[in-house]
Write a protein that binds this ligand. Structure first.
Ligand SMILES: C[S@@+](CC[C@H](N)C(=O)[O-])C[C@H]1O[C@@H](n2cnc3c(N)ncnc32)[C@H](O)[C@@H]1O
Length: 187
């Protein structure tokens, strides 16, 4: 069973798409803030979730990762994609095209200043907690993925081929707008 959590506008064929926003098509309701999961324990083979975890506090994100772990079978793979805090900081400090890159990626509103982009990333879109590798690893370990293989990806590349092409958030190579992606196997 392949489960896509917080699917939003990205309805994936062949996956059980879960969300709570009825503006978008989904297959199963899963309120990530509820203690009830719509799947049996040890029943899911793959979980994909993109640009979702940053919408929760760190404590909530850890509970959500725990819920993922519970429904995953032994050997099941979880792929988490979040906006990269590290890239944002690097872009701000070192990329002379940072403002232009963001303005051409997110065309709804132009920013005049780099600091506006920072503030947006932290305080808008419903974001509550930004991750770098260290914090995402801490969240995974805290959720029980203790002795598991954890692989990080800076780009859209995948480790497990099931996730090939599933992502919606694809950014240009060499862009300072980047995802932080991790794949973890339940052991
Ligand atoms: C930024 S959107 C990302 C959507 C999609 N994954 C994408 O990358 O385009 C965040 C998604 O998380 C969902 N979401 C927010 N809070 C949620 C909750 N408590 N339970 C389940 N889904 C939630 C929203 O409805 C939305 O579809």
């Amino acid at each position: 069973m392949k489960v896509h959590v917080g699917s939003g506008k990205n309805y994936l064929q062949g996956w059980i798409n879960c969300d709570i926003n009825s503006n978008h098509k989904y297959d199963r309701e899963w309120d990530l803030l509820s203690s009830v999961t719509p799947f049996d324990d040890n029943s899911v083979d793959y979980i994909f979730t993109e640009h979702v975890l940053e919408h929760f506090t760190l404590k909530q994100a850890i509970s959500i990762l725990k819920a993922f772990r519970s429904v995953m079978k032994q050997g099941a793979v979880l792929r988490v994609v979040v906006p990269s805090l590290e890239s944002l900081i690097e872009g701000y400090l070192y990329d002379e095209h940072f403002l232009d890159t963001y303005n051409s990626t997110f065309t709804d509103r132009k920013a005049a200043f780099k600091a506006q982009l920072f503030n947006r990333t932290f305080y808008e879109y419903g974001h509550k907690n930004m991750f770098d590798k260290q914090l995402l690893l801490f969240a995974l370990r805290s959720a029980g993925f203790r002795h598991c293989d954890v692989r990080f990806f800076d780009s859209d590349s995948v480790g497990c081929e099931v996730f090939e092409g599933v992502g919606r958030r694809k950014y240009k190579v060499n862009s300072s707008v980047k995802n932080l992606t991790v794949e973890v196997v339940k052991r």
